[in-house]
Design a protein around this ligand. Structure first.
Ligand code: MLT
Length: 284
């Protein structure tokens, strides 16, 4: 029987994985994948907005939130395997995927590897390119700094880059919640995930293969995965729509949930129409 609620544990690939599951049994399923180094609670506002009409699942990827870390080296491909195992265990044949940043890397790889399992894709503040040598070097430095100076300092430095300047000074509660998510992640998981992101392969060349509807959203002031990265993906996917979220940096769903949710709901309505036309998505 299906469990409904928050922080449900399930065993996947020998790990205890934690997820939230809300909404009607027979509704279309949407699965949310969080960014780094956050957890499923970053999607609470979206779950609240959707749970009447959708089965909304948000889970903690391994080593984050309340999910076990396990003993394997982290790779994007391993996160994808975990996602597919989660769907299998929950009896979900097909779903819509929504990922932010690292969650977007996982979602993109999942859709490319298992195109028959997904009906729609929402990519937020993410990109298809691999790390440049400079970004790889920054990740190495971050790993050294986490090991030497600890997680709290890493959290304070990361937060400055994650948010738009105005959000950083005004959205105290959101900042506190994000800091809590970061400092409750273990040093080992932070380092493993930084390594996994540095090792990820580019997916840009494969984007034209994606033939499900895609919504791309990006915070106008996103410095980590900027508007140009979103535009690059948009140009490669003929059935994609691009929305720029005002008053937001890298965490667009937390910084401007009203705009984010409006685009999300509109897009899901389009996906729900069985006859999907390119003109719908382009607003013609
Ligand atoms: C994230 O928000 O998941 C990360 O910032 C992604 C990245 O560093 O590439």
């Amino acid at each position: 029987m299906r469990s409904i609620g928050n922080n449900i544990s399930i065993s996947i690939n020998n790990l205890s994985v934690s997820y939230n599951d809300h909404g009607p049994d027979d509704a279309p399923v949407i699965i949310f994948i969080h960014g780094f180094p956050l957890n499923k609670s970053m999607w609470d506002t979206q779950a609240e907005a959707l749970k009447e009409n959708y089965r909304v699942i948000a889970y903690d990827i391994r080593g984050h939130g309340n999910s076990d870390q396990g003993i394997d080296e982290f790779f994007i491909e391993l996160f994808v395997t975990d996602l597919l195992r989660l769907m299998e265990k929950l009896g979900i044949e097909r779903s819509i995927l929504c990922g932010l940043s690292l969650g977007g890397y996982i979602a993109l790889n999942a859709v490319l590897k298992h195109p028959d399992r997904f009906d729609g894709l929402i990519l937020n503040d993410t990109q298809c390119i691999a790390d440049t040598p400079e970004i790889k070097e920054n990740r190495c430095q971050a790993i050294i700094s986490i090991k030497e100076k600890g997680v709290e300092q890493y959290a304070d430095e990361s937060i400055k880059k994650l948010f738009a300047p105005k959000s950083y000074t005004k959205k105290k509660n959101v900042i506190a919640a994000v800091k809590e998510m970061i400092i409750s992640t273990t040093k080992q998981s932070l380092c493993n995930t930084l390594h996994a992101m540095a090792e990820r392969k580019e997916t840009c060349d494969q984007l034209p293969e994606i033939n499900i509807p895609v919504l791309i959203m990006v915070g106008k002031e996103d410095k980590i995965t900027p508007i140009a990265a979103a535009q690059q993906m948009h140009e490669k996917m003929f059935n994609s729509k691009l929305e720029i979220i005002q008053h937001a940096g890298h965490l667009s769903n937390l910084e401007n949930p009203t705009a984010f949710n409006t685009h999300l709901v509109n897009f899901l309505e389009l996906v729900g129409k069985k006859s999907f036309f390119l003109s719908d998505i382009n607003g013609n």
